[in-house]
Each structure stands twice: as structure tokens, then as C-alpha cells.
Design a protein around this ligand. Structure first.
Ligand SMILES: NC(=O)c1ccc[n+]([C@@H]2O[C@H](COP(=O)([O-])OP(=O)(O)OC[C@H]3O[C@@H](n4cnc5c(N)ncnc54)[C@H](OP(=O)(O)O)[C@@H]3O)[C@@H](O)[C@H]2O)c1
Length: 244
């Protein structure tokens, strides 16, 4: 069945792969991110393959911008079946480095961005009496390591926000489903968001050894979306088989 699906962070990596797969499955895609030229290219690629897509330049740290993304979906297609809060950054470093701007950026994008998505889309889903949030956490939301404290805190926050949302919507009998996807090392542009040169080098080397394609995450997300409406797939953890 064709669904209207909004994805933040759709200009590369997991968001892009998911948008392209779901478009191939016949869904109507509404893409948000900051880099307009990338969004235009992806929409063109989808349309050239006879798919359906539109975009709105979106900064998830700004509630008004996120509401504009939701409005784009409503204006164009009159409904939001799925909202994927996927935009994220991972500028990891140890606390002694004192990279406070990076800490704030992770909180703003990874955490506040998800809350802005919920604020924009949940009232619409309640009115429709149906909807589905897909929130991108990480295996780093389940465990941490030196240098990973703030990133893990934001991703563990996504887990808790998602679980409370799931419980609230189940209690309200609203037919709004919630799925958290927690990927391991995936070959995307995420490593580029690391500002500490040593951490960036080490992470890039590790990713070269173990990371898998974002297409594999896209398939898991499609599985959750395509499950019968009465079943809510709440959590997916998916790592490369080689990742310890
Ligand atoms: N790759 C991994 O190993 C991995 C593992 C676990 C979890 N994740 C999570 O997966 C999600 C997607 O990341 P990815 O791996 O696909 O990395 P990516 O290729 O770097 O994609 C990140 C996306 O987030 C967008 N973004 C960043 N800041 C934004 C902002 N302020 N407003 C709107 N969009 C913003 C970027 O677009 P613009 O720059 O155009 O705005 C881009 O589309 C993130 O939440 C990440 O934490 C990734």
C-alpha cells in the first residue's frame, strides 16, 4: 500500500537509502535536510524511476523549519503515514577535549531534532487516528565507550523518548506506532561530522574494516513499516556481522 513517508536527514546515508527503497516500493516520499542540491538530486533520481517524491529544506534544530516539512507533506499529499526522525551527527571526543560546541550540536540535532519531529507530526497523526514514527538511535544508545559519552547520551535519550511515546500512544489507542532502529557501523557520511582529527582517523579506519551498506538498514525499516497495522515492531538492532 502506498504511504506518505517523511524522512529527516534524507540527503545522504541511511535516510537517502531508506527514501530510495521506500520510493521503489511505491510510497510517496517527503525528504528533509539542509543541503538542497542533494535533496534535489535524490528527488530527481526517484522521479526518473517513476517514483513519487518532494522535499523541503529543513533544519531539525528549528521547530518552525520542521513544521514546514510537515506542512509540505500535508499540502502535497494530505496525510503523514510515517515520520522518520533520522537526522543525526556524531562528533565524538573525550570530555577533556572540551568540545562544548560539538556536545551542543549533538544535543540539538540528535535529541531536540527528534522532539521537534514529534511536536510537528504527532498532532497530525492523532487527527488521522493513524501514524508511525521511526526514530534512529544507535548501538551507541545501548552502550558507550571513551569518547562516546555525549553521542550515547543523545541516542539513549532517543530510546527513552520513543518508549514513552509508544506507551502514551498505546494508552490513547491512537493507532500511532513507534519503532526505534539502532544501527551499528554503517557506511555513510557520518564520520565526516567528527571534528577531533584523531577520533576521525580511528573511526574511519574502523568503519573501513567493518561497516555495512545503509541499504541493509533501509530494508529493516521497510519491514517495520510494512508490518500489519495491528503489530508494532518497536525495536530493531542491526550491526555488521563482524562488529564486536
Ligand atoms: N552510520 C552509522 O554508523 C550510524 C550508526 C548508528 C546510528 N546512526 C544514525 O543514523 C542517522 C543517519 O546518519 P547517517 O549514518 O546516514 O549519516 P549521514 O550520511 O551523515 O547522514 C546524516 C543526515 O543528517 C542530516 N542532518 C544533519 N544535521 C541536520 C540538521 N541540523 N537538520 C537536518 N538534517 C540534518 C544530514 O543532512 P544535511 O547535512 O544535508 O542537513 C544527513 O542527511 C543519524 O541519526 C546517526 O546518528 C548512524
Amino acid at each position: 500500500m502506498s504511504k506518505v513517508i517523511v524522512i529527516t536527514g534524507a540527503s545522504s546515508g541511511i535516510g537517502q537509502a531508506t527514501a530510495e527503497l521506500l520510493a521503489r516500493q511505491g510510497n510517496k516520499m517527503v525528504l528533509g535536510a539542509r543541503r538542497e542540491s542533494r535533496l534535489q538530486e535524490i528527488v530527481k533520481k526517484i522521479k526518473d524511476a517513476n517514483g513519487e517524491a518532494t522535499y523541503a529544506v529543513t533544519d531539525v534544530t528549528d521547530l518552525a523549519s520542521v513544521k514546514k516539512l510537515a506542512q509540505t507533506a500535508m499540502d502535497q499529499y494530505g496525510k503523514i503515514a510515517v515520520w522518520m526522525n533520522n537526522a543525526g551527527v556524531m562528533p565524538q571526543s573525550t570530555f577533556i577535549e572540551g568540545r562544548v560546541e560539538d556536545w551542543n550540536r549533538m544535543i540539538d540535532v540528535n535529541l531536540r531534532g527528534v522532539l521537534n519531529g514529534i511536536a510537528a507530526a504527532l498532532p497530525i497523526m492523532r487527527k488521522q487516528a493513524s501514524g508511525h514514527f521511526i526514530n534512529t538511535s544507535s548501538v551507541a544508545g545501548h552502550a558507550t565507550h571513551p569518547g562516546g559519552g555525549v553521542y550515547s547520551a543523545t541516542k539513549a535519550g532517543v530510546l527513552m523518548i520513543s518508549e514513552a511515546l509508544r506507551q502514551e500512544e498505546a494508552q490513547a489507542q491512537s493507532n500511532v506506532r513507534v519503532t526505534v532502529v539502532s544501527p551499528g557501523a554503517i557506511n555513510t557520511e557520518l564520520v565526516n561530522s567528527i571534528t577531533d582529527p584523531n577520533v576521525k582517523k580511528g573511526t574511519a579506519q574502523y568503519y573501513d574494516q567493518v561497516a555495512i551498506s545503509p541499504d541493509q538498514i533501509a530494508k529493516s525499516i521497510a519491514f517495520a513499516i510494512n508490518a500489519p497495522e495491528s503489530a508494532s515492531i518497536n525495536e530493531i538492532v542491526i550491526r555488521p556481522s563482524k562488529q564486536a
